[in-house]
Write a protein that binds this ligand. Structure first.
Ligand SMILES: C[S@@+](CC[C@H](N)C(=O)[O-])C[C@H]1O[C@@H](n2cnc3c(N)ncnc32)[C@H](O)[C@@H]1O
Length: 416
Protein backbone atom coordinates (compact mmCIF):
# COMPACT_ATOMS: atom_id res chain seq x y z
CA UNK A 1 0.00 0.00 0.00
CA UNK A 2 1.21 3.53 -0.78
CA UNK A 3 -0.14 6.97 0.07
CA UNK A 4 -0.36 10.00 -2.16
CA UNK A 5 -2.39 13.14 -2.81
CA UNK A 6 -4.38 13.25 -6.03
CA UNK A 7 -6.89 15.48 -7.79
CA UNK A 8 -10.07 13.82 -9.03
CA UNK A 9 -10.58 14.43 -12.75
CA UNK A 10 -13.99 12.87 -13.36
CA UNK A 11 -16.47 10.24 -12.23
CA UNK A 12 -16.14 6.78 -13.75
CA UNK A 13 -19.06 4.62 -14.87
CA UNK A 14 -19.41 3.08 -11.39
CA UNK A 15 -19.51 6.52 -9.74
CA UNK A 16 -15.95 6.37 -8.38
CA UNK A 17 -13.73 9.44 -8.73
CA UNK A 18 -10.88 8.89 -11.20
CA UNK A 19 -7.51 10.59 -10.70
CA UNK A 20 -4.21 10.43 -12.53
CA UNK A 21 -1.96 8.82 -9.92
CA UNK A 22 1.83 8.63 -10.00
CA UNK A 23 1.66 5.41 -11.98
CA UNK A 24 -1.63 5.46 -13.87
CA UNK A 25 -5.33 6.02 -13.20
CA UNK A 26 -6.61 5.45 -9.71
CA UNK A 27 -10.26 4.91 -8.74
CA UNK A 28 -11.34 6.60 -5.53
CA UNK A 29 -14.87 5.91 -4.26
CA UNK A 30 -16.80 8.72 -2.50
CA UNK A 31 -14.93 11.54 -4.23
CA UNK A 32 -16.03 14.17 -6.74
CA UNK A 33 -14.40 15.90 -9.72
CA UNK A 34 -12.09 18.78 -8.72
CA UNK A 35 -11.43 17.45 -5.22
CA UNK A 36 -7.89 17.10 -3.92
CA UNK A 37 -7.71 14.07 -1.66
CA UNK A 38 -5.08 12.17 0.31
CA UNK A 39 -5.48 8.48 -0.45
CA UNK A 40 -4.12 5.12 0.56
CA UNK A 41 -3.62 3.16 -2.61
CA UNK A 42 -3.39 -0.51 -3.57
CA UNK A 43 -2.75 -0.85 -7.29
CA UNK A 44 -5.46 1.24 -9.04
CA UNK A 45 -7.82 1.32 -6.04
CA UNK A 46 -7.67 4.33 -3.72
CA UNK A 47 -9.27 4.85 -0.29
CA UNK A 48 -9.79 8.40 0.91
CA UNK A 49 -7.91 9.34 4.07
CA UNK A 50 -8.77 13.03 3.99
CA UNK A 51 -10.17 15.62 1.61
CA UNK A 52 -7.89 18.64 1.22
CA UNK A 53 -10.12 20.56 -1.18
CA UNK A 54 -13.78 19.50 -1.16
CA UNK A 55 -15.94 20.10 -4.22
CA UNK A 56 -18.65 22.79 -3.94
CA UNK A 57 -20.94 20.00 -5.20
CA UNK A 58 -20.26 17.85 -2.14
CA UNK A 59 -23.27 17.49 0.14
CA UNK A 60 -24.06 15.89 3.46
CA UNK A 61 -25.12 12.28 2.91
CA UNK A 62 -28.77 11.49 3.59
CA UNK A 63 -28.24 8.38 5.67
CA UNK A 64 -26.11 7.45 8.66
CA UNK A 65 -25.12 4.15 7.05
CA UNK A 66 -23.42 5.99 4.21
CA UNK A 67 -20.65 6.93 6.65
CA UNK A 68 -20.41 9.78 9.14
CA UNK A 69 -18.51 12.13 6.84
CA UNK A 70 -19.67 10.86 3.49
CA UNK A 71 -16.15 9.73 2.71
CA UNK A 72 -15.70 6.22 4.03
CA UNK A 73 -19.19 4.92 3.42
CA UNK A 74 -19.92 1.58 4.99
CA UNK A 75 -23.23 0.45 3.45
CA UNK A 76 -22.60 -0.66 -0.14
CA UNK A 77 -26.18 0.10 -1.22
CA UNK A 78 -25.55 3.71 -2.28
CA UNK A 79 -22.42 5.15 -3.87
CA UNK A 80 -23.35 8.76 -4.62
CA UNK A 81 -25.15 10.26 -1.63
CA UNK A 82 -22.32 12.78 -1.25
CA UNK A 83 -22.94 14.28 -4.72
CA UNK A 84 -25.16 17.37 -5.04
CA UNK A 85 -28.29 17.04 -7.20
CA UNK A 86 -27.02 18.91 -10.26
CA UNK A 87 -23.75 16.97 -10.45
CA UNK A 88 -25.49 13.66 -9.76
CA UNK A 89 -28.16 14.19 -12.42
CA UNK A 90 -25.64 15.40 -14.97
CA UNK A 91 -23.49 12.32 -14.27
CA UNK A 92 -26.35 9.93 -14.98
CA UNK A 93 -27.38 11.69 -18.17
CA UNK A 94 -23.75 11.77 -19.31
CA UNK A 95 -23.47 7.98 -18.84
CA UNK A 96 -26.12 7.61 -21.53
CA UNK A 97 -24.60 10.26 -23.83
CA UNK A 98 -21.15 8.64 -23.56
CA UNK A 99 -22.46 5.12 -24.15
CA UNK A 100 -24.28 6.24 -27.32
CA UNK A 101 -21.28 8.24 -28.50
CA UNK A 102 -19.05 5.16 -28.12
CA UNK A 103 -21.21 3.59 -30.87
CA UNK A 104 -21.15 6.69 -33.07
CA UNK A 105 -24.65 7.84 -32.02
CA UNK A 106 -25.25 11.48 -31.07
CA UNK A 107 -29.01 11.92 -30.63
CA UNK A 108 -30.39 14.58 -28.31
CA UNK A 109 -30.58 13.01 -24.83
CA UNK A 110 -33.35 14.37 -22.61
CA UNK A 111 -32.99 15.49 -19.01
CA UNK A 112 -32.94 12.75 -16.39
CA UNK A 113 -36.35 11.83 -15.01
CA UNK A 114 -35.39 12.16 -11.38
CA UNK A 115 -35.94 9.73 -8.51
CA UNK A 116 -36.84 10.79 -4.98
CA UNK A 117 -36.09 9.32 -1.57
CA UNK A 118 -38.61 6.80 -0.27
CA UNK A 119 -39.67 5.50 -3.68
CA UNK A 120 -38.14 2.01 -3.70
CA UNK A 121 -40.89 -0.59 -3.36
CA UNK A 122 -38.62 -3.55 -4.14
CA UNK A 123 -35.36 -4.02 -2.26
CA UNK A 124 -32.98 -6.97 -2.09
CA UNK A 125 -31.27 -7.13 1.28
CA UNK A 126 -28.31 -9.22 2.33
CA UNK A 127 -29.26 -11.27 5.41
CA UNK A 128 -27.36 -13.31 7.97
CA UNK A 129 -28.43 -14.96 11.19
CA UNK A 130 -25.93 -14.77 14.02
CA UNK A 131 -26.11 -16.25 17.52
CA UNK A 132 -27.22 -12.88 18.85
CA UNK A 133 -29.43 -11.39 16.15
CA UNK A 134 -30.77 -11.39 12.64
CA UNK A 135 -28.86 -8.97 10.42
CA UNK A 136 -30.46 -7.38 7.37
CA UNK A 137 -28.85 -4.73 5.23
CA UNK A 138 -26.36 -4.36 2.42
CA UNK A 139 -22.87 -5.69 1.94
CA UNK A 140 -20.11 -3.12 2.23
CA UNK A 141 -18.67 -2.35 -1.23
CA UNK A 142 -16.20 -5.01 -2.45
CA UNK A 143 -16.72 -7.02 0.73
CA UNK A 144 -18.89 -9.68 2.39
CA UNK A 145 -19.22 -7.51 5.49
CA UNK A 146 -22.94 -7.03 6.07
CA UNK A 147 -23.95 -3.58 7.28
CA UNK A 148 -27.07 -4.04 9.39
CA UNK A 149 -29.38 -1.16 8.53
CA UNK A 150 -31.89 0.69 10.64
CA UNK A 151 -32.82 3.31 8.09
CA UNK A 152 -32.76 3.44 4.31
CA UNK A 153 -33.87 6.77 2.83
CA UNK A 154 -34.15 5.40 -0.70
CA UNK A 155 -36.74 2.82 0.35
CA UNK A 156 -40.42 3.27 1.03
CA UNK A 157 -40.85 4.31 4.67
CA UNK A 158 -43.60 1.74 5.18
CA UNK A 159 -41.28 -1.03 3.94
CA UNK A 160 -38.48 0.05 6.28
CA UNK A 161 -40.97 0.24 9.17
CA UNK A 162 -41.50 -3.51 8.64
CA UNK A 163 -37.80 -4.38 9.07
CA UNK A 164 -38.45 -5.96 12.51
CA UNK A 165 -41.11 -8.23 10.95
CA UNK A 166 -38.83 -9.08 8.01
CA UNK A 167 -36.04 -9.91 10.47
CA UNK A 168 -38.34 -12.15 12.51
CA UNK A 169 -39.29 -14.09 9.36
CA UNK A 170 -35.62 -14.31 8.31
CA UNK A 171 -34.67 -15.57 11.77
CA UNK A 172 -37.33 -18.28 11.61
CA UNK A 173 -36.14 -19.43 8.17
CA UNK A 174 -32.37 -19.49 8.70
CA UNK A 175 -29.98 -21.47 10.86
CA UNK A 176 -27.13 -19.75 12.70
CA UNK A 177 -24.41 -18.20 10.53
CA UNK A 178 -26.45 -18.76 7.37
CA UNK A 179 -26.09 -15.95 4.81
CA UNK A 180 -28.84 -15.42 2.25
CA UNK A 181 -30.82 -12.73 0.41
CA UNK A 182 -34.27 -11.37 1.12
CA UNK A 183 -36.14 -9.50 -1.59
CA UNK A 184 -39.07 -7.48 -0.30
CA UNK A 185 -41.70 -6.13 -2.67
CA UNK A 186 -44.41 -3.83 -1.39
CA UNK A 187 -47.66 -4.77 -3.13
CA UNK A 188 -51.24 -3.52 -2.86
CA UNK A 189 -52.15 -6.45 -0.58
CA UNK A 190 -49.03 -6.60 1.60
CA UNK A 191 -45.36 -7.46 1.53
CA UNK A 192 -44.15 -10.15 -0.85
CA UNK A 193 -41.03 -11.59 0.79
CA UNK A 194 -38.73 -13.87 -1.20
CA UNK A 195 -35.77 -15.51 0.54
CA UNK A 196 -33.05 -16.93 -1.71
CA UNK A 197 -29.87 -18.86 -1.11
CA UNK A 198 -31.15 -20.73 1.97
CA UNK A 199 -30.33 -24.40 2.39
CA UNK A 200 -33.23 -26.84 2.50
CA UNK A 201 -35.70 -26.01 5.27
CA UNK A 202 -36.50 -28.53 7.97
CA UNK A 203 -40.16 -29.13 8.83
CA UNK A 204 -39.54 -27.34 12.10
CA UNK A 205 -38.20 -24.26 10.32
CA UNK A 206 -41.17 -24.26 7.95
CA UNK A 207 -43.58 -24.50 10.87
CA UNK A 208 -41.82 -21.74 12.78
CA UNK A 209 -41.73 -19.41 9.79
CA UNK A 210 -45.39 -20.11 8.99
CA UNK A 211 -46.46 -19.43 12.59
CA UNK A 212 -44.38 -16.24 12.60
CA UNK A 213 -46.09 -14.99 9.43
CA UNK A 214 -49.56 -15.91 10.70
CA UNK A 215 -48.94 -13.89 13.87
CA UNK A 216 -48.32 -10.78 11.76
CA UNK A 217 -50.42 -8.46 9.64
CA UNK A 218 -49.56 -7.16 6.21
CA UNK A 219 -47.50 -10.08 4.91
CA UNK A 220 -48.99 -11.27 1.62
CA UNK A 221 -46.53 -14.08 0.87
CA UNK A 222 -43.26 -15.65 1.90
CA UNK A 223 -41.37 -17.81 -0.57
CA UNK A 224 -38.07 -19.62 -0.23
CA UNK A 225 -35.83 -20.29 -3.22
CA UNK A 226 -38.81 -19.66 -5.53
CA UNK A 227 -41.20 -22.00 -3.68
CA UNK A 228 -44.18 -20.50 -1.83
CA UNK A 229 -44.02 -21.20 1.90
CA UNK A 230 -47.14 -19.31 2.87
CA UNK A 231 -49.46 -16.96 1.00
CA UNK A 232 -52.12 -15.54 3.31
CA UNK A 233 -53.23 -13.29 0.45
CA UNK A 234 -52.15 -13.01 -3.20
CA UNK A 235 -49.69 -10.16 -3.72
CA UNK A 236 -51.17 -7.76 -6.27
CA UNK A 237 -49.66 -5.07 -8.48
CA UNK A 238 -51.48 -2.52 -10.58
CA UNK A 239 -50.20 -2.01 -14.12
CA UNK A 240 -52.11 1.00 -15.37
CA UNK A 241 -55.40 -0.17 -13.88
CA UNK A 242 -54.91 -3.89 -14.59
CA UNK A 243 -54.36 -6.09 -11.51
CA UNK A 244 -51.58 -8.65 -11.75
CA UNK A 245 -50.44 -11.17 -9.18
CA UNK A 246 -46.67 -11.49 -9.69
CA UNK A 247 -45.11 -14.93 -9.21
CA UNK A 248 -42.75 -15.37 -6.26
CA UNK A 249 -39.41 -13.63 -6.82
CA UNK A 250 -40.27 -12.42 -10.33
CA UNK A 251 -38.94 -9.21 -11.86
CA UNK A 252 -40.78 -6.02 -10.93
CA UNK A 253 -39.56 -2.50 -11.67
CA UNK A 254 -38.01 -1.28 -8.41
CA UNK A 255 -39.99 1.96 -8.16
CA UNK A 256 -43.51 2.76 -9.24
CA UNK A 257 -42.64 6.31 -10.47
CA UNK A 258 -39.88 4.95 -12.76
CA UNK A 259 -42.22 2.26 -14.06
CA UNK A 260 -44.87 4.87 -14.80
CA UNK A 261 -42.39 7.22 -16.47
CA UNK A 262 -41.17 4.40 -18.73
CA UNK A 263 -44.70 3.25 -19.54
CA UNK A 264 -45.80 6.80 -20.36
CA UNK A 265 -42.93 7.24 -22.83
CA UNK A 266 -43.57 3.85 -24.42
CA UNK A 267 -47.31 4.46 -24.78
CA UNK A 268 -46.87 7.98 -26.14
CA UNK A 269 -44.55 6.64 -28.84
CA UNK A 270 -46.61 3.62 -29.80
CA UNK A 271 -49.60 5.93 -30.18
CA UNK A 272 -52.59 4.29 -31.81
CA UNK A 273 -50.78 1.16 -33.02
CA UNK A 274 -53.27 -1.63 -33.71
CA UNK A 275 -50.85 -4.52 -33.16
CA UNK A 276 -47.87 -4.35 -30.83
CA UNK A 277 -45.26 -6.95 -29.84
CA UNK A 278 -43.92 -6.57 -26.29
CA UNK A 279 -40.64 -8.49 -26.09
CA UNK A 280 -39.10 -9.51 -22.74
CA UNK A 281 -42.57 -8.81 -21.37
CA UNK A 282 -42.18 -10.12 -17.79
CA UNK A 283 -45.50 -9.95 -15.93
CA UNK A 284 -46.86 -7.36 -18.36
CA UNK A 285 -45.72 -3.95 -17.12
CA UNK A 286 -46.02 -2.65 -20.69
CA UNK A 287 -48.24 -5.31 -22.35
CA UNK A 288 -51.20 -4.74 -20.07
CA UNK A 289 -51.06 -0.97 -20.51
CA UNK A 290 -50.56 -1.32 -24.28
CA UNK A 291 -53.64 -3.55 -24.46
CA UNK A 292 -55.77 -0.47 -23.77
CA UNK A 293 -54.67 0.75 -27.21
CA UNK A 294 -54.29 -2.28 -29.45
CA UNK A 295 -53.79 -6.05 -29.66
CA UNK A 296 -50.62 -7.16 -27.92
CA UNK A 297 -48.36 -10.17 -28.37
CA UNK A 298 -46.26 -10.64 -25.23
CA UNK A 299 -43.06 -12.71 -25.49
CA UNK A 300 -41.03 -13.82 -22.49
CA UNK A 301 -38.74 -16.74 -21.64
CA UNK A 302 -40.09 -17.49 -18.15
CA UNK A 303 -43.29 -19.52 -17.66
CA UNK A 304 -44.53 -18.03 -14.42
CA UNK A 305 -44.48 -14.30 -15.27
CA UNK A 306 -46.10 -15.12 -18.61
CA UNK A 307 -48.86 -17.11 -16.88
CA UNK A 308 -49.47 -14.16 -14.50
CA UNK A 309 -49.69 -11.79 -17.46
CA UNK A 310 -52.06 -14.11 -19.32
CA UNK A 311 -54.28 -14.54 -16.26
CA UNK A 312 -54.47 -10.78 -15.71
CA UNK A 313 -55.31 -10.11 -19.37
CA UNK A 314 -58.05 -12.78 -19.43
CA UNK A 315 -59.63 -11.42 -16.28
CA UNK A 316 -59.70 -7.76 -17.23
CA UNK A 317 -62.65 -6.22 -19.04
CA UNK A 318 -62.24 -3.51 -21.63
CA UNK A 319 -58.76 -4.30 -22.93
CA UNK A 320 -57.82 -5.59 -26.37
CA UNK A 321 -56.76 -9.24 -26.78
CA UNK A 322 -53.31 -10.20 -25.44
CA UNK A 323 -51.58 -13.33 -26.75
CA UNK A 324 -48.58 -14.75 -24.93
CA UNK A 325 -45.62 -16.76 -26.17
CA UNK A 326 -42.89 -18.42 -24.16
CA UNK A 327 -39.72 -18.03 -26.16
CA UNK A 328 -36.01 -17.52 -25.58
CA UNK A 329 -35.41 -14.34 -27.57
CA UNK A 330 -31.63 -14.64 -27.28
CA UNK A 331 -31.67 -17.94 -29.12
CA UNK A 332 -34.79 -17.48 -31.18
CA UNK A 333 -35.63 -13.83 -31.79
CA UNK A 334 -38.85 -12.90 -33.58
CA UNK A 335 -37.84 -13.15 -37.25
CA UNK A 336 -38.31 -10.36 -39.77
CA UNK A 337 -41.10 -12.38 -41.42
CA UNK A 338 -42.91 -12.71 -38.08
CA UNK A 339 -42.50 -9.00 -37.32
CA UNK A 340 -44.45 -8.01 -40.47
CA UNK A 341 -47.80 -7.97 -38.69
CA UNK A 342 -46.81 -5.42 -36.02
CA UNK A 343 -47.14 -1.63 -36.21
CA UNK A 344 -44.92 -1.24 -33.16
CA UNK A 345 -42.47 -3.25 -31.06
CA UNK A 346 -41.46 -2.64 -27.46
CA UNK A 347 -38.43 -4.43 -26.01
CA UNK A 348 -37.09 -4.39 -22.46
CA UNK A 349 -34.33 -6.98 -22.17
CA UNK A 350 -32.09 -7.87 -19.22
CA UNK A 351 -28.66 -6.16 -18.96
CA UNK A 352 -27.22 -8.21 -21.85
CA UNK A 353 -29.51 -6.35 -24.25
CA UNK A 354 -31.29 -7.63 -27.36
CA UNK A 355 -28.60 -7.88 -30.02
CA UNK A 356 -30.01 -10.75 -32.09
CA UNK A 357 -33.54 -9.43 -31.84
CA UNK A 358 -32.33 -6.03 -33.06
CA UNK A 359 -30.65 -7.63 -36.08
CA UNK A 360 -34.08 -9.00 -37.08
CA UNK A 361 -35.84 -5.75 -36.23
CA UNK A 362 -33.31 -3.80 -38.29
CA UNK A 363 -34.46 -5.70 -41.41
CA UNK A 364 -38.15 -5.37 -40.56
CA UNK A 365 -40.87 -2.99 -41.70
CA UNK A 366 -42.08 -2.23 -38.16
CA UNK A 367 -42.75 1.52 -38.06
CA UNK A 368 -42.18 2.29 -34.40
CA UNK A 369 -39.87 0.79 -31.81
CA UNK A 370 -39.60 1.63 -28.10
CA UNK A 371 -36.42 0.31 -26.49
CA UNK A 372 -36.34 0.14 -22.69
CA UNK A 373 -33.02 -0.63 -21.06
CA UNK A 374 -31.19 -0.84 -17.75
CA UNK A 375 -27.78 -0.85 -19.44
CA UNK A 376 -26.74 2.12 -21.59
CA UNK A 377 -23.83 0.18 -23.11
CA UNK A 378 -25.86 -2.70 -24.53
CA UNK A 379 -28.62 -0.26 -25.47
CA UNK A 380 -26.10 1.77 -27.50
CA UNK A 381 -24.99 -1.39 -29.31
CA UNK A 382 -28.59 -2.36 -30.05
CA UNK A 383 -29.61 1.13 -31.21
CA UNK A 384 -26.59 1.24 -33.54
CA UNK A 385 -27.84 -1.97 -35.17
CA UNK A 386 -31.30 -0.44 -35.64
CA UNK A 387 -29.90 2.83 -37.01
CA UNK A 388 -27.75 0.85 -39.44
CA UNK A 389 -30.97 -0.84 -40.55
CA UNK A 390 -32.61 2.50 -41.38
CA UNK A 391 -34.26 3.50 -38.10
CA UNK A 392 -34.12 7.08 -36.83
CA UNK A 393 -33.81 7.73 -33.10
CA UNK A 394 -36.59 10.16 -32.17
CA UNK A 395 -35.98 10.47 -28.43
CA UNK A 396 -33.73 9.21 -25.64
CA UNK A 397 -34.85 9.67 -22.03
CA UNK A 398 -32.69 8.64 -19.06
CA UNK A 399 -34.70 7.63 -16.01
CA UNK A 400 -33.44 7.34 -12.47
CA UNK A 401 -34.76 4.29 -10.67
CA UNK A 402 -31.85 3.40 -8.39
CA UNK A 403 -31.25 6.61 -6.50
CA UNK A 404 -27.65 7.47 -5.50
CA UNK A 405 -26.16 4.59 -7.48
CA UNK A 406 -24.59 4.57 -10.94
CA UNK A 407 -27.50 2.61 -12.49
CA UNK A 408 -29.63 4.38 -15.04
CA UNK A 409 -32.63 3.25 -17.09
CA UNK A 410 -33.31 4.54 -20.58
CA UNK A 411 -36.27 4.68 -22.93
CA UNK A 412 -35.30 5.29 -26.55
CA UNK A 413 -37.86 5.64 -29.32
CA UNK A 414 -37.23 4.96 -33.01
CA UNK A 415 -39.11 5.20 -36.28
CA UNK A 416 -38.64 3.93 -39.82
C1 LIG B 1 -35.78 -6.13 -17.46
S1 LIG B 1 -36.98 -7.39 -17.32
C2 LIG B 1 -38.37 -6.56 -18.00
C3 LIG B 1 -39.68 -7.19 -17.74
C4 LIG B 1 -40.90 -6.32 -18.03
N1 LIG B 1 -40.82 -5.67 -19.32
C5 LIG B 1 -41.09 -5.29 -16.94
O1 LIG B 1 -40.93 -4.09 -17.18
O2 LIG B 1 -41.40 -5.68 -15.80
C6 LIG B 1 -36.46 -8.50 -18.55
C7 LIG B 1 -37.35 -9.69 -18.81
O3 LIG B 1 -36.74 -10.47 -19.82
C8 LIG B 1 -36.93 -11.83 -19.53
N2 LIG B 1 -35.88 -12.56 -20.24
C9 LIG B 1 -34.60 -12.77 -19.84
N3 LIG B 1 -33.93 -13.45 -20.79
C10 LIG B 1 -34.80 -13.68 -21.79
C11 LIG B 1 -34.69 -14.33 -23.04
N4 LIG B 1 -33.55 -14.90 -23.43
N5 LIG B 1 -35.77 -14.39 -23.85
C12 LIG B 1 -36.94 -13.81 -23.48
N6 LIG B 1 -37.11 -13.19 -22.29
C13 LIG B 1 -36.05 -13.12 -21.46
C14 LIG B 1 -36.85 -11.90 -18.02
O4 LIG B 1 -37.48 -13.07 -17.55
C15 LIG B 1 -37.56 -10.62 -17.62
O5 LIG B 1 -38.92 -10.83 -17.43
Amino acid sequence: MSTETVTIQKLGAQGDGIANGTDGPVYVPFTLPGETVAIARIKSQGTVMSITTPSPDRQEPHCRHFGPDGVNGTCGGCTLQHAGDALYRGFKRQLVIDALKSKGLTPEVGELVVAHPGERRRVTFAARKTEKEMLIGFNQAESHHLVNIEECPISSASLIARLPAIKAIGAALAVNAEAFRITVLETATGLDIAADGLKTLSDQQRRKATETVLSMRGIARVSVNGEILIEPVKPMLDFGGVNVSPPAGSFTQATKPAEEAMAELVLAHVGKAKRVADLFAGTGTFSLRLARIGRVHAVESEDKPLAALDHAARNTQGIKPVSVERRDLFRRPLMTSELKVYDAVVFDPPRAGAEFQCKELARSTVKKIAAVSCNPLTLARDLAILVEGGYRITSVTPIDQFLWTSHVEVVATLEK
